[in-house]
Design a protein around this ligand. Structure first.
Ligand code: ADP
Length: 202
């Protein structure tokens, strides 16, 4: 089983690379950003509360996202979906964990399912390029958090302050690989696959 954390600031290309990785390695995609946006679309109370923070570029509380991931992991283990689950090669975590307490909680959760993180792959992109990409995405994505330069800078700052330390957490476990996120999508994908294949063999 391959459990992959795809890591990097907003706009680094996690969503794009996730799509290719899911197909190649037959993974279940768990994106906390997508899960939160579907709560917002459904108009749930959790969604309403999360939206207020997301619209300001601030992280939602750890217990909220940990709870969402916990129930998704559980869903993929229930007898009703066991035949599907047995066909999957593992999970790809996209946009999670975003804080060290989230990373600790994920290790615990995976432990209860008798599995663990194989590797964290970080996509490295400088903040000027991130801002450029996110403003471009904002023209078509409809995401309010992609349409305002100040908000984008706030998200990148949240990332640098709270999320960047998560890399050290995995690095200390010998499970960290950084990849240049600027260049051809296909070249970056091949480099990610190379790192994954090496980690699986270890
Ligand atoms: P991006 O990586 O482009 O910022 P995401 O879709 O991953 O986009 O996240 C959008 C917003 O959702 C974040 O700015 C944050 O407010 C919230 N969010 C997503 N995942 C998490 C998480 N793991 N912990 C806390 N907040 C999160």
């Amino acid at each position: 089983m391959l459990n992959l954390v795809l890591f990097g600031p907003p706009g680094a290309g996690k969503g794009t690379q996730s799509e290719y990785l899911i197909k190649k390695y037959n993974l279940v995609h768990l994106s906390t950003g997508d899960l939160l946006r579907s709560q917002i679309a459904a108009g749930t109370e959790l969604g309403l509360r999360a939206k207020q923070l997301m619209d300001q570029g601030i992280l939602v509380p750890d217990e909220v996202v940990i709870g969402m991931i916990e129930s998704k992991l559980h869903e993929n283990q229930t007898p009703a979906t066991q035949s599907d689950a047995s066909l999957t090669g593992g999970f790809i975590f996209d946009g999670f964990p975003r804080t060290v307490p989230q990373a600790v909680a994920l290790d615990q959760l995976l432990g209860t399912h008798n599995t663990k993180i194989t590797i964290m792959i970080a996509l490295v992109v400088d903040s000027e390029e991130l801002t450029r990409r996110l403003l471009l995405r904002g023209q078509t994505s409809g995401r309010p958090d992609d349409q305002n330069e100040e908000l984008i800078r706030r998200r990148v700052k949240e990332y640098n302050d709270k999320t960047a330390p998560v890399a050290d957490y995995y690095s200390q476990q010998g499970k960290f690989a950084a990849i240049d996120g600027i260049g051809e999508i296909d070249t970056i994908f091949k480099e990610i696959c190379h790192q994954i294949d090496e980690a699986v063999e270890r």
